[in-house]
Design a protein around this ligand. Structure first.
Ligand code: FAD
Length: 395
């Protein structure tokens, strides 16, 4: 049986950072990773570009329950520490609209510099090590793999991630293990996920993209409006402005089984209602057929699909639909299409300064396995780096 001072379970963003920060103290550390390689999810981030940080790294961009914890972790390892950490590893970065990327625009560069540092620090990695259980004695923790291996350690960092994109490694298996030693798991729900809606318009327009402003309406309560690209799909709605409002909707539909859930889409976000009305009146006079009225404002296929709106000649009613078309949400797509997990280990069960479990001394958590999820825009990787680093440093 091998012995290490610290075992890290999960070699993603958080696990790699925890290993680096621990190994820099000179203590022995090993990463146990169920996949045959480290950081598979890192490679998929930002469409392969890896949006690794955001210029405005504040706790307000995370789920309300996690903000205290996030604030405490970022006060120890925040934006400037993350930038310094990567620059020190040799990664050049740039910022675009607040989102920070590697200068190479390749997520592979981020993983490469992290792996180079692990190599420099001689951190061993146990690949294909699927952690299947833990056993605790007074001073030791035994970590078991499905393949029959056992590792003995004094401390443990659990960085097994959430449940999204299981093909990249994280499958929620560490929730079950944490539950076995008493931790509460806030029900994991897919977040940053496309929505399933019941509406013929989506089916007709599948593949069509528009610039839109969207909001959720749950039990009659409207959320803040988000602008961005909207994509009509065979099953419903996707695109950045849908992914950005999807968390609240996913929780309402998947966790609370609510039925009164809608997406309100402003299809003409670049005009207010008055401007749009004036335009429609002018265009109605000039058009030779109804589908010409919206030509040039909306894509042709959409203006064709909406031509019947003009049948009754009620311009105010047309404006109302164009500025707030409602789509009834019946579900979300699955974990295979969700960028993050909402839910996970209850954050009040970890020490906010150290990330150590309050239930089991010597066990720490970092990354997406905790009930922490941030907005799209680099917030989830920022959390993974920072929490991994803090857990490793304070072990
Ligand atoms: C398609 C996609 C794009 C994204 N883009 C961005 C982006 O641009 N910016 C951003 O900030 N965030 C992005 N995210 C989210 C971000 O990638 C994650 O929040 C972050 O990688 C989480 O890091 P983690 O280390 O906590 O978990 P993970 O990266 O999921 O790592 C967990 C690791 O643990 C291993 N593991 C799990 N269970 C076990 C077990 N039982 N035994 C051993 N090993 C185990 C897994 O194989 C995995 O390697 C994206 C996510 C996806 C899916």
């Amino acid at each position: 049986m091998e012995n290490y001072q610290t075992v890290i379970i999960g070699g993603g963003a958080a696990g790699i950072c925890a290993a680096i920060s621990k190994a820099r103290t000179g203590e022995s550390v090993v990463i146990c990773e169920k996949m045959p390689q480290l950081g598979k999810k890192i490679l998929a981030t930002g469409n392969g570009r890896c949006n690794l940080l955001n210029d405005n790294l504040s706790e307000v961009f995370y789920n309300a329950a996690a903000r205290q914890l996030v604030k405490s972790v970022f006060s120890q390892f925040g934006k400037s520490e993350i930038i310094h950490f990567f620059k020190d590893l040799g990664l050049e970065i740039y910022s675009q609209d607040g989102r920070v990327f590697p200068i190479t625009n390749q997520a592979a560069s981020v993983l490469k510099v992290l792996e180079m540092e692990l190599k420099r620090l001689s951190v061993p990695v146990e690949y294909d090590f699927y952690c299947s259980g833990l056993s605790f004695s007074k001073n030791n923790i035994l970590v078991f793999s499905r393949g029959g291996k056992t590792i003995n350690s004094r401390k443990l960092v659990i960085t097994g991630g959430g449940k999204s994109y299981p093909v990249l490694g994280s499958d929620g298996s560490m929730y079950d293990i944490a539950r076995q030693f008493g931790h509460t798991i806030i029900e994991p729900i897919p977040s940053a996920v496309p929505l399933v809606v019941k509406d013929n318009l989506c089916h007709f327009l599948q593949g069509q993209r528009i610039s839109a402003a969207t909001a959720s309406i749950i039990d009659g309560k409207k959320s803040a409006v988000v602008k961005g690209e909207l994509l009509f799909t065979k099953y419903g709605l996707s695109g950045t402005c849908i992914l950005d409002i999807s968390e609240e909707i996913s929780i309402a539909v998947n966790r609370h089984h609510k039925k009164d859930v809608f997406v309100a889409v402003d299809m003409v976000p670049f005009m207010d209602r008055e401007q749009l009305k004036k335009q429609l009146i002018k265009r109605q006079k000039a058009a030779t057929s109804p589908d010409e009225i919206l030509a040039g404002i909306l894509p042709n296929k959409l203006s064709f699909a909406l031509r019947d709106l003009f049948d009754k000649g009620d311009v105010d009613a047309v404006v109302a639909v164009l500025k707030e078309r409602l789509f009834k949400v019946t579900g979300t797509k699955s974990w295979n299409e969700a960028e993050f997990t909402a839910g996970g280990i209850e954050v009040n069960e970890v020490n906010s300064a150290t990330l150590e479990s309050k239930l089991h001394k010597g066990v720490y958590f970092a990354g997406e396995v905790l009930d922490v999820d941030g907005r799209r825009g680099g917030y989830n990787l920022s959390w993974a780096w920072a929490s991994g680093f803090v857990a490793g440093k304070t072990l």
